[in-house]
Design a protein around this ligand. Structure first.
Ligand code: AMP
Ligand code: GLY
Length: 421
């Protein structure tokens, strides 16, 4: 079968890497792809902002399955467009992807179905939002309703900061239409955890737990980023905690979408905080996480294509994928200055040496006549599996030592919390 992957990040490279191992995949394409992906798939220079051209390409090339990476393509309804053209595609349709693209919609869904989440209010009027925020205890969390590249969440330490965030989002429209409404919610304390489960409408299939490191600097300091590294599994997700996540989050999610006729088929990735009172859902993502996918694919010991197809066909209950025991770690090497402004076009050295012991997934890279250069904020995800978290971590950091590009930055404490627990 010919497969087309949509996106250009480390997540898409990890999906391409895993799908390239499937005996059932005859050819792999990626639009638009990146330097690393171009080594294992044919990159197609069509941007995701031109979905009609993607449909045309999939038809003319005889693509058997398209796999969507990023959230905005789902929110824009790319799945609906492919389905109406008679094409097979992995991901939820627009109506279901609203669970990620509108935080208000997601909050109301959670409240209707008893899914544990932070106490909150939501508002379309900035005056009312300010009044509500001023009555909340501190810190208080202010969130733009819509997609804002991970930047629409402000953790305000003072009421003045909360008010300023509401002004920026709702009055100054810093994130455009994403600021039509805001969610104001209580601050939750505890380790974060990324849960991934395939959902076929009537069943779900839970993947191993993972944990991201959102802040730019060691010790969770600095600005929020797309994610600086991950590890899997998360020791705090004990079998008992997993059981609570199943009954209080996933079972209720499934019965909720059935009651409301939400046509959810695809990956569901709830972001959780494990509070002292139990897991709480921060948000629903309707896609694979980045860089969670890198560690999950490093651990998956079954054919990913079987799982993606079973999700579309509603036959997930027949699938029992195998996972490598032990752990996997992914350390992101980013451009100096990220998540602020950064230079591009820096030559990357040492990839081959690093690749001898770890898998190096590319995000912001370009390949020209055999040489790789940086082209984005997050550049590489150095990923290793091992029998223990310590060994996986040592291998990933050992491989990273071979890699150089001007201004390269990375966190030195990816997975450290897992070792300490
Ligand atoms: P979200 O996009 O809702 O996942 O928020 C982005 C990040 O902000 C999360 O990964 C958390 O680190 C943080 N965050 C969001 N909501 C809360 C909350 N209620 N309490 C504490 N941290 C939060
Ligand atoms: N790593 C967080 C995300 O993909 O949203």
């Amino acid at each position: 079968m010919k497969i087309l992957i949509l996106g250009s990040g480390g997540r898409e490279h990890a999906l391409a890497w895993k799908l390239s191992q499937s005996k059932r995949v005859s050819a792999l394409y990626c639009a638009p792809g990146n330097g690393g992906i171009s080594q294992m798939a044919t990159c197609v220079p069509i941007p995701l902002s031109e979905p009609a051209r993607l449909v045309e390409f999939a038809k003319s090339e005889g693509i058997g399955l398209t796999v969507v990476g990023p959230d905005d393509a789902l929110a824009d309804g790319i799945v609906d467009l492919f389905v109406s053209a008679g094409l097979r595609i992995f991901g939820p349709p627009q109506a279901a992807a609203r669970l990620e693209s509108s935080k208000v919609f997601a909050k109301e869904f959670m409240q209707r179905h008893g899914i544990p989440t932070a106490r909150s209010g939501h508002f379309t009027d900035s005056k009312e939002a300010k009044k509500f925020a001023s009555q909340m205890s501190l810190p208080v969390v202010v969130k733009a309703d819509g997609l804002a590249l991970g930047k629409g969440v402000i953790i305000a330490q003072t009421h003045a900061e909360a008010e300023a965030a509401i002004v920026e989002i709702m009055e100054e429209r810093k994130f455009g239409a994403a600021g039509n409404a805001v969610v104001i919610e209580e601050f939750l304390e505890g380790p974060e955890c990324s849960i991934h489960a395939l959902v076929d409408g009537t069943h779900y299939l839970l993947f191993p737990s993972a944990q991201d490191h959102k802040r730019a600097l060691d010790g969770d300091q600095g600005l929020n980023t797309g994610g600086m590294g991950t590890y899997s599994p998360v020791p705090q997700v004990t079998p008992a905690v997993e059981q609570i996540i199943r009954t209080e989050v996933l079972d209720r999610f499934l019965s909720g979408i059935q009651k409301e006729n939400i046509p959810y088929r695809g990956m569901l990735f709830p972001g959780l905080i494990l509070t002292a009172a139990g897991p709480r859902v921060l948000e629903f993502n309707c896609r694979f996480g980045d860089p969670e996918t890198q560690v999950l694919m490093a651990r998956l010991d079954s054919d990913l294509l079987d799982l993606l197809e079973a999700t579309i066909d509603g036959t997930l209950s027949l699938q029992t994928p195998h996972w490598k025991s032990g752990s996997a770690v992914c350390v992101i090497a980013a451009s100096g200055g990220y998540p602020g402004s950064y230079a591009k076009g820096k030559r990357i050295d040492g990839l081959e040496k690093a690749g001898a012991s770890a898998v190096v997934f590319h995000a912001g890279t370009q390949c020209e006549s055999g040489a790789f250069h940086t082209s984005g904020g997050r550049v590489l995800g150095i990923t290793a599996a091992g029998p223990t978290l310590k060994e996986a971590r040592d291998t990933a950091y050992g491989a990273l030592e071979h890699i150089h590009f001007e201004g390269m930055q990375f966190r030195r404490d990816i997975g450290a919390r897992g070792l300490a627990s």
